[in-house]
Design a protein around this ligand. Sequence first.
Ligand SMILES: [Zn+2]
Length: 136
Amino acid sequence: MIRLQKTDYLQILSHARACLPEEACGLLAGRCEGEEARVEAVYLLENADHSPTHFTIAPQEQLKAILDMRARGLELLGNWHSHPETPSRPSAEDVRLALDPTASYLILSLAENEPVLRSFRIMDGRAEQEELQIEE
Ligand SMILES: [Zn+2]
């Protein structure tokens, strides 16, 4: 299970909306306690693909974020990206490109009136939804 602060969720949401019609993306860092991950830093990073259906986190920004996490003593917990026109579940490409079974993959769908954010673990070509709690 992964916990996310409401303020961090709202940052992701407003960045994703500002990036429309392109997919938005970024990284999540924090701490793990047993089976529970707590997000303590959200990174809003450039989608180098500038595409409505694909994303690649710009490598330079990714590196800067990783260095910032290290400096703050946080672990990389996973990443997030938006789906401007499709539901909150990993696409075939998302599954194919997900190489870390320990990471959380958060997908924010903006396809409906209400945004939908879900978290997934992806392993051996299969995605499983993970419990996500947004905390006030
Ligand atoms: Zn996707």
